[in-house]
Design a binder for this molecule. Structure first.
Ligand code: IMP
Length: 190
């Protein structure tokens, strides 16, 4: 049977809110008087994007891409596959790729390369969370990054574990619980 999981709040909702506003203020300042096109990476970034867009004081449009990399596993397979492409051209636009978390960097490296070929005016990366210690692609970095976190698997605020926990308001670390014996005590592993 699968081990049950305990959740520990890592980034409380008030801090998430502060960081989202801070990122939105920086985007608003950097693109003053211009139009920005947010490209959300489904599904994880949908909650971050929907809060972010309402804090940006510019003309904004939105599109989405979907990639497969994690599935139900905790570790990336190292392969990224495009599942849903953009609905329209981004040529000449100020594009901001909006991601929930920058982990190994494989997803954003893949998406950045695809999007650069389509000749946007500018291409920036916004990621709410960053796990720098997990990076495999060395030259990938977020232009707008909210919070750096340690190498822990997190859920909530759009992030899932096997499609669970996306609706949590706080970002939480998953702490594996020990398996219990018939007396309700942790089983000793040999
Ligand atoms: P990367 O390609 O390794 O940078 O991974 C990016 C994607 O992996 C994110 O968009 C998430 O969907 C997923 N991911 C990475 N770390 C976590 C985590 O701690 N919790 C949930 N999903 C994660």
């Amino acid at each position: 049977m699968a081990k049950s999981q305990k959740l520990k709040v890592l980034v409380p909702r008030a801090e998430i809110r502060r960081k989202v506003r801070e990122i939105a203020r920086r985007i608003t300042r950097d693109f003053r008087g211009e139009h920005v096109h947010l490209v959300g990476v489904l599904k994880g970034a949908c909650v971050f994007l929907s809060d972010l867009i309402r804090e940006i004081d510019l003309e904004v449009s939105v599109d989405f891409m979907a990639v497969a990399s994690y599935g139900r596993e905790r570790n990336s397979s190292g392969q990224v596959k495009l599942i849903k492409d953009l609905d329209s051209s981004i040529e000449g636009m100020n594009v901001i790729l909006v991601e929930d978390i920058l982990d190994t960097g494989l997803t954003l490296d893949y998406l950045r390369r695809i999007l650069e070929e389509r000749r946007p005016k500018t291409l920036r990366i916004a990621a709410l969370l960053d796990k720098p210690s997990r990076r495999i692609v060395p030259d990938i970095r977020g232009d707008y990054v909210g919070i750096s976190i340690p190498n822990q698997f997190v859920v909530g605020y759009g992030l899932d574990f096997g499609e669970r926990y996306r609706n949590l308001k706080d970002i939480c670390a998953l702490v594996p619980e020990p398996e219990l014996n018939e007396h309700g005590h942790p089983k000793h592993t040999p």
